[in-house]
Design a protein around this ligand. Structure first.
Ligand code: ADP
Length: 382
């Protein structure tokens, strides 16, 4: 079994708290991604699980056993890193079997485990090749092979696909998931790429500034982000944010007025979040769950194939910009993602509406989520 628990894990360097009071409870066989911007503490967290870095505080337990003070070799885990350090003068077979040989495994055992790994990784016929004779993807599979022959309880992976080209990276994502499912091994996977995290993981742990923001299944992080950071980090293109106020039973901002009577929110500054795909052209006669009808100028249109990205400058925002700095700079766009055949052009002013059920409201000061989805008047109370 390979359950993993981090309790109050903290890592301080002289003036930096790289990881701040992190708690994680991971079940056997789960695929968990640690994701967040560069420098947020992902690698440090992984290194503390692996035993490469000692925590300043807190404990790491594997299968209920406290391993905080154990060296990496006694932790029953295997690591795969971004820089694939294969031994250049050794064949694929020698590279994969190296760790087992060091451990003193006998020849039959080594052969059996390497054969298993070769089958899982589809490396047949390559055992006698040198690393220089392999493609990037094959080299990465050999690196994974080295890890899996050790039959660890836990896999730790730090951006293992980062050096591959885009197409191969997408292919290897699927491969890694297949391998992980087949081996049924708990996997902690570090990436800065939210799309990679979302597509591969059972649960995504989003970290910012050393602090765990949320750990949930990908779609929960997407549709019910704990706070504005997660809302902005997960999803591409990013969620739009509009600063406004709750005043009595209303939210008001930049021409958006929403009846919030049912939500019982305190008066004060609140940020509205709406994803590009939840904004519609009013002229498309969308469903009655829409709110808004705000006027916005179409600044730039980007066709990307199955969708069209439309960069809008709401008229209210342009007016505020003009008051603030004398001219409308149009930098702060509202991004809408709509069908590519929509009949609009740059320079035109359009009315857009928001899908109420996908409106998020965040406390402006703390960034904490207040509400996901605003019910229509006619909707039944839960
Ligand atoms: P990530 O993997 O998310 O990019 P890291 O875990 O590598 O982030 O780093 C988190 C923070 O800790 C960063 O501010 C980084 O500069 C700092 N840090 C990491 N390792 C060290 C170290 N050995 N000494 C001092 N600061 C470090």
């Amino acid at each position: 079994m390979g359950s993993l628990r981090l309790e109050h894990i903290t890592k301080r360097y002289s003036d930096v708290t790289a990881v701040d009071d992190m708690n994680l409870d991971i079940e056997h066989g789960e695929f968990i991604s640690l994701v967040g911007p560069s420098g947020c503490g992902k690698s440090t967290t992984l290194e503390m699980i692996g035993g490469l870095t000692m925590p300043s505080e807190g404990t790491v337990a594997i299968d209920g056993n406290d391993v905080t003070d154990l060296p990496p070799k006694d932790r029953d885990l295997a690591m795969v890193f971004q820089n694939i350090a294969l031994f250049p003068h050794m064949t694929v077979f020698e590279n994969i079997s190296y760790g087992l040989r060091i451990q003193g495994a006998d020849d039959d055992e080594i052969q059996r485990r390497v054969d298993d790994a070769v089958e899982t990784l589809k490396l047949d016929g390559m055992l006698e090749r040198m690393p220089s004779e392999l493609s990037g993807g094959q080299r990465q599979r050999v690196a994974i092979g080295r890890a899996i022959v050790r039959d660890p309880e836990v896999f730790l992976m730090d951006e293992p696909l980062a050096n591959l080209d885009a197409k191969l990276r997408v292919h290897m994502r699927t491969e890694l998931q297949r391998i992980q499912r087949k081996l049924d091994v708990t996997t902690i996977y570090v990436t800065h790429d939210q799309e990679e995290a979302m597509t591969m993981s059972d649960r995504v742990a989003i970290i910012n500034d050393g602090v765990l923001q949320q750990i949930d299944p990908p779609l929960t992080c997407y549709s019910e982000p704990n706070n504005q950071f997660v809302a902005g980090f997960i999803g591409s293109p990013s969620m739009n944010f509009i600063e406004g106020h709750i005043d009595g039973d209303r939210f008001d901002a930049e021409g958006v007025a929403i009846d919030t009577a049912r939500l019982d929110l305190d008066d004060g500054p609140v940020t509205l979040g709406i994803r590009p795909e939840d904004i519609y052209l009013e002229s498309d006669d969308p469903a009655p769950e829409m709110v808004g009808g705000i006027a916005a100028a179409v600044d730039v249109i980007e066709p990307i194939g199955e969708k069209m990205f439309v960069y809008l400058v709401p008229e209210a925002r342009a007016e505020m910009d003009a008051i603030a700095d004398g001219e409308a700079d149009g930098q702060d766009h509202l991004l809408m993602s709509i069908d590519p055949d929509a009949d609009i052009e740059e320079g035109q002013v359009v009315d857009v509406t928001f899908d109420r059920s996908n409106i998020h409201l965040f406390d402006a000061a703390s960034g904490d989520a207040l509400v996901h989805g605003i019910e229509t008047e006619s909707a039944p109370t839960p």
